[in-house]
Design a protein around this ligand. Structure first.
Ligand SMILES: [Zn+2]
Length: 134
């Protein structure tokens, strides 16, 4: 069973899929089951049977339809990016320093290094002074 995300509204999870759920089929009420503790708390939700389709399948909290414009619902875990997130500035800066020092160790001048890493020769010089050894 997978949780159904309120993709058009509050982005929360109130229903999970049932055995009837088929991602290739038109979603209907029988494919979804109101989760606990909402069910026990008496939340008012759409009837969980095959006759309930389209915009009737709506979030019991905010009322947004679960299905998107192509009549697909979004499940928890759908489209999770598998690649690493883009590096933040904090990740990049040590890389630049390491790059600068490596080029410096090869005997490159600050102006040449700056052209490679995208810094002014003054900044390159300052980095080498601050982080370099010797
Ligand atoms: Zn919602």
């Amino acid at each position: 069973m997978a949780k159904v995300k309120c993709q058009n509204g509050c982005q929360q999870f109130f229903h999970e899929t049932t055995d009837q759920f088929d991602p290739e089929a038109t979603p209907h009420g029988g494919m979804f089951s109101l989760m606990e503790p909402f069910r026990s708390n008496g939340w008012n939700s759409f009837p969980e049977h095959v006759g309930v389709v389209g915009s009737a399948l709506e979030c019991p909290d905010c009322g947004a339809p679960y299905a998107d414009s192509s009549n697909r619902v979004k499940l928890d875990g759908d489209h999770v990016p598998t690649s690493a997130p883009p590096p933040t500035a904090a990740d990049v800066i040590p890389d630049i320093i390491a790059h600068v020092l490596a080029l410096s160790a090869e005997g490159k001048k600050p102006g040449e290094i700056g052209a490679v890493v995208g810094l002014s020769h003054k900044k390159v010089g300052a980095l080498i002074k601050k982080h370099g050894q010797g």
